[in-house]
Design a protein. Structure first.
Lengths: 261, 428
């Protein structure tokens, strides 16, 4: 099931990605309209993070492409914000909370430009939005998991983007953080921004998100929640890999044959 | 003393060259080393340092000169090739990073030793002095080398200042750097090349075998003292300078002592001292904090014990003797005396004859502990479904950690209970 979208903010076209010759995403094709809060759901190893990384061109793709605002990523970087997984960085880095949030302003100032008072004001404002204002001078090594995630979120807000791609922002966070962040994402959506989130928890996904991309190496469904959040489609998403697709993928991986010529 | 003054005055030109040379080298290596440390590339640095040896030998064989201006370009090329080989193996093969590093290090270093042996068995081999590049020979620093060191030092430090922001970002979060559209690969390439340059410049002073220590230990030592990257960089440079001057001084006093290895020894001592003594992150202060907590736990256990005893007998005025306390809960006699003395001084207790009894504030604190203990037991039985006879040990540790804020949340979660799982009163 795939909802056709006119004038999409994000269009993923026949995207295929393989890790060490093993397909992680197979012909994934969907679009997302502006102003939705979209969840990418699927079982472990379904390729959810891979999809976001491929859209951000952090990993090579075998075929297909993603277009953002109808353009290539390089043309619209200022309008796109990426939030990596919290565990992808070493939090024992010598930096303060404010330092990290200011990283969201780096692109505005370039490789060499000085940070201005305005950037600091925006950074503090973003910290306020995630409820971390009081901790702006704190060492990032001293933060809890939920606080680290809020810092990453504040850094993304500081980028002042229109499209947010977030990789598991709710992994290992406390219930209070999860709810605060979900509310904040809702506010962003109401301002017309588009948010795409890799998400694990189907319960909150069905409650807070209005668009869903169901993934299990291949695309199972993409569309408004009320249309795609059905038992049948969920079973198809979580009910294991397609046997033949899987066998062929293993075969390609073992013999190191690229799955695209 | 006279020696020291003579050394510090730098009047002897040889001393001057050696001190200035090692200072330039160690400062610039330490500055760039911060990023190698933060990006967890210490072993790569070690592999590159070992891998410059064949380049030095080949440059000597081809040009027949042992001027640094001839040897260092050779060293740079082979170090850089080693680095690129590690990257290539990482990216293109299924071998893990540690294997790639070990492989490149042993192949390049092995080749270097082979060439070195070959040169030394040749006609002019014994005079080549190339074996000094294994452990360094700072005493051989010439005025001409100084300008080379100054040039690379200036290049390294100005690059770090100019590219500070991208270097910092890519060390912390490479994916974000790339997603933002900054040229991550090119930046990595620049940083790696600068690191190779720093290593190459340092090998005459400390040698290929010890070079990695000069790259990493200043940053390691500095990290213990600060949480800010700019301060860490400055501190690492200071540590490296101090170690250099100390190393030079040792070999100045004892002329048969090698300068380079002594610099490394001094640097390692500084790193080790930082590990032990640094406030907050150091071993000593962490142990001290643990000791303080243990002291507090003992004191609180005493107050709680006196409270329990009063609760049981119904009379808080009787109190307990030291023997009475030990009969209820074991304390080492010395520790008990110390704790009681400190509690008396803090007016938590009063003493009448041999009996210790709770003062008003001691009573309050004892009651609070009993209360936290019982609240936590109740929480465990209710929310974690743990049986009532299994919750005591856990509560025994947690009662000392619960803050007033957590206490308030606990109470609310338990709906302001009055009795604990053992049906004892929860004191207000």
């Amino acid at each position: 099931m795939k909802e056709p979208v006119s004038d999409p903010v994000l269009e993923v076209h026949d995207l295929t990605v393989s890790y060490r010759k093993k397909p992680a995403l197979w012909d994934v094709d969907f679009s997302i309209p502006a102003g939705v809060l979209a969840a990418i759901v699927g079982p472990n190893g379904a390729g959810k993070s891979t999809l976001i990384k491929a859209i951000m061109e952090l990993i090579p793709t075998a075929s297909g492409y993603a277009r953002l605002f109808g353009r290539s990523l390089d043309e619209v970087r200022d309008k796109v914000s990426y939030v990596p997984q919290r565990e992808s960085v070493d939090w024992d880095f010598p930096a303060s909370v404010l330092d990290v949030v200011l990283m969201g302003r780096y692109r505005h100032r370039g490789l060499f430009g000085r940070m201005r008072e305005r950037d600091k004001r925006i950074a503090r404002e973003c910290l306020h939005q995630v409820g971390m204002e009081a901790l702006s001078g704190r060492q990032i090594a001293q933060l809890s998991g939920g606080q680290q995630q809020r810092v990453f979120l504040a850094r993304a807000l500081a980028q002042e983007a229109d499209l947010y791609l977030m990789d598991e922002p709710f992994a290992g966070v406390d219930a209070a953080t999860e709810e605060a962040v979900l509310n904040l994402l809702g506010q962003l959506r109401d301002q017309g921004k588009t948010i795409v989130v890799v998400h694990h928890d189907l319960q909150t996904a069905s409650k807070y998100f209005d668009w869903m991309i169901m993934l299990n190496t291949r695309l199972v469904a993409a569309g408004p929640r009320e249309k795609v959040f059905t038992t049948e489609l969920l079973q198809e998403t979580y009910g294991g890999k397609l046997t033949l697709l899987n066998t062929l993928a293993e075969l390609a991986s073992k013999q190191e044959i690229p799955i695209r010529e | 003393m006279k020696d020291l003054l003579q050394f510090l005055s730098l009047q002897d030109p040889n001393v001057r060259y050696v001190v200035l040379g090692t200072l330039l080298v160690s400062i610039s290596t330490a500055v760039i080393g911060n990023f190698a440390y933060l990006r967890k590339r210490a072993l790569v640095g070690d592999a590159v340092a070992h891998s410059v040896l064949p380049g030095i030998c080949l440059a000597f064989m081809l040009q027949g000169s042992r001027s640094l201006w001839v040897l260092l370009p050779g060293a740079f090329i082979s170090g850089w090739l080693a680095l690129m080989s590690i990257e290539l193996i990482n990216r293109k093969s299924r071998l893990k990073t540690d294997i790639a590093i070990a492989l490149v290090l042993s192949v390049f270093y092995g080749l270097g030793v082979l060439l070195l042996t070959f040169i030394q068995q040749g006609e002019r081999g014994s005079q080549s002095g190339l074996q000094h590049f294994l452990f360094g020979q700072a005493a051989a620093i010439l005025p001409g080398d100084l300008s080379l060191f100054a040039f690379t030092g200036a290049l390294l430090c100005s690059s770090v200042i100019l590219l500070y922001r991208p270097f910092k970002l890519m060390s912390f979060d490479p994916a974000f750097t790339q997603a933002m559209g900054w040229p991550l690969r090119r930046l990595e390439w620049i940083l790696s090349t600068l690191t190779v340059l720093a290593i190459v410049t340092g090998i005459q002073t400390v040698g290929v075998v010890l070079m990695a220590a000069l790259l990493i230990s200043p940053a390691l030592a500095a990290r213990f003292w600060t949480h800010r990257l700019p301060r860490m960089i400055v501190l690492s440079a200071l540590f490296a300078s101090l170690a250099s001057v100390l190393g030079c001084y040792v070999s100045f006093r004892q002329s048969h002592m090698p300068t380079g290895p002594w610099i490394i020894v001094m640097m390692s001592l500084l790193a080790f001292a930082s590990m032990l003594l640094a406030p907050e992150k150091g071993w000593l202060s962490r142990r001290l904090a643990q000791g303080q907590h243990q002291w507090k736990v003992n004191a609180e256990n005493l107050l709680k014990l006196l409270y329990h005893s009063g609760e049981q007998s119904g009379d808080f005025q009787i109190g307990l003797t030291r023997e009475g306390i030990i009969a209820k809960r074991y304390f080492s006699p010395l520790m008990l005396r110390l704790q009681l003395w400190s509690l008396l001084r803090g007016a938590w207790l009063s003493k009448e004859g041999q009996h210790y009894r709770l003062s008003e504030r001691g009573m309050e604190r004892g009651a609070r502990l009993a209360r936290l203990h019982r609240l936590w037991e109740l929480y465990l039985t209710r929310y974690l479904r743990i049986a009532a006879d299994h919750v005591h040990d856990d509560a025994e540790a947690m009662e000392h950690l619960i803050t007033p804020q957590i206490e308030a949340e606990l109470e609310a979660a338990l709906d302001y209970p009055e009795r604990d799982p053992h049906n004892r009163d929860i004191p207000r």
